[in-house]
Design a protein around this ligand. Structure first.
Ligand SMILES: [Zn+2]
Length: 379
């Protein structure tokens, strides 16, 4: 089940909303309504709620514009953009490849906060002309809305420029270190390290505020810190993984002499004579010499023991057509990503619809371990 909804496309980029964003949208609309009701009760309930919802939608639009600015730079520099996803803590532009030079990373990171700052300045400027003041009372609905959007966008720009990876500021920091030292790995190590320090600062400050009576606002900061910590760590792990596996292709690690099993074999015989005897874990099921499926201990385990005598390999195997096949030229990081997403440990490798081999998670992890032991990364 996917916890997200595809909304529409802008410049060919799908805009996706994660359900957690809806919860935040309700919270934002609600708190805006409470705020408007406290500062300008004379507007009336209908106008207050209408304005709160409209302001929330426009807030959503400004976040999309922020992410689109990242995506625009990425596209202009030849990096494919998969989607823009909005979730509880904001937006994220999913860019398929890492920037290959410091300059791209720099402009890509900077584009978002600059865009938010411009939106904020325009909104605040217009709001001031319309009579908005920071005191927030005695003003028109339009001025109140623009004033709030202005303040929130300036806040977004400032927050995103905090120099901890994966925040935009962290990307900019990484780009600058990368540019100065010429070393991409060292730059990400420092930027994610600073990211973790920033995350801890958020957590500690949030807890401090919470215990001093700030309530939900304090917990919220702690939550953001915890999220940033997790994101900084996983960006680093991901980068290290990609670095270690760079230059290795599926064709290098795939098994070409896969064991086969006839689809008519009873499961009991498959277990006794193949799985428990050979030590091999994945078999290609053949029907009249044609490869039609894949079967491992995992599939057999899901079937009750009593039925192993009656059922055949054909009943338990995963048809090849149902498995996500990879190409011999695919990168191992992509393969690991697919295995994680589909929750499988082996994938068939095909080229022109023909089975070329099997790539398994244990092989990739074995290679990774060897490369770590010898402390080498890709060349
Ligand atoms: Zn951003």
């Amino acid at each position: 089940m996917k916890a997200q909804i595809k909304l529409f496309r802008i410049f060919g980029i799908p805009i996706v909303i994660h359900y957690s964003w809806l919860l935040i949208a309700v919270l934002v609309a609600f708190s805006l309504a409470v705020q408007f009701a406290a500062t300008n009760p004379r507007w009336g309930t209908t106008a207050i709620w209408g304005l709160a919802i409209l302001t929330t939608l426009l807030f959503f639009a400004t976040i999309v514009i922020h992410e689109l600015s990242h995506a625009a730079v990425a596209k202009a520099r030849g990096l494919p953009v998969r989607s823009i996803t909005l979730f509880a803590l904001g937006g994220v532009a999913q860019i398929e490849k890492e920037a290959s030079d410091a300059k791209t990373e720099f402009w890509m990171g900077l584009a978002g906060p600059v865009t938010s700052a411009i939106i904020g300045a325009v909104c605040l400027g217009t709001a001031s002309v319309l009579g908005w003041t920071p005191a927030r009372d005695q003003q028109t609905p339009l001025a109140a809305m623009l004033g709030w959007l202005g303040v929130i966008n300036i806040a977004l720009a400032v927050f995103n420029m905090v120099p901890g990876f994966p925040l935009d500021g962290g990307r900019v920091l990484r780009a600058i270190i990368w540019w100065i030292t010429g070393n991409a790995s060292r730059a990400i190590r420092i930027a994610t390290g600073v990211g973790q320090i920033v995350a801890f600062a958020f957590i500690i400050f949030g807890l401090f505020r919470f215990f001093n009576g700030a309530g939900f606002a304090g917990l919220w900061l702690t939550f953001i810190g915890w999220f940033l910590l997790d994101a900084a760590r996983s960006s680093y792990t991901q980068f290290e993984l990609a670095d270690r596996l760079r230059g290795v292709r599926v064709s290098d690690v795939m098994v070409k002499d896969w064991p086969v099993i006839d689809t008519d074999t009873r499961l009991q015989a498959f277990v006794d004579d193949y799985l428990l005897r050979t030590g091999r874990r994945s078999f290609i099921a053949e029907d009249d010499g044609r490869s039609v499926g894949m079967i491992t201990a995992h599939e057999v385990k899901d079937i009750e023991r009593e039925r192993w005598g009656q059922l055949r390999v054909a009943d338990a195997m995963i048809p090849l057509a149902k498995l996500h096949a990879v190409r011999p030229t695919s990168s191992l990081t992509k393969v690991l990503e697919i295995m994680g997403r589909e929750d499988v440990n082996q994938l068939p490798v095909t080229s022109n619809g023909h089975l070329e081999g099997i790539v398994s998670r244990s092989h990739i992890l074995g290679l990774l371990q060897t490369r770590m032991e010898l402390d080498t990364s890709g060349t």
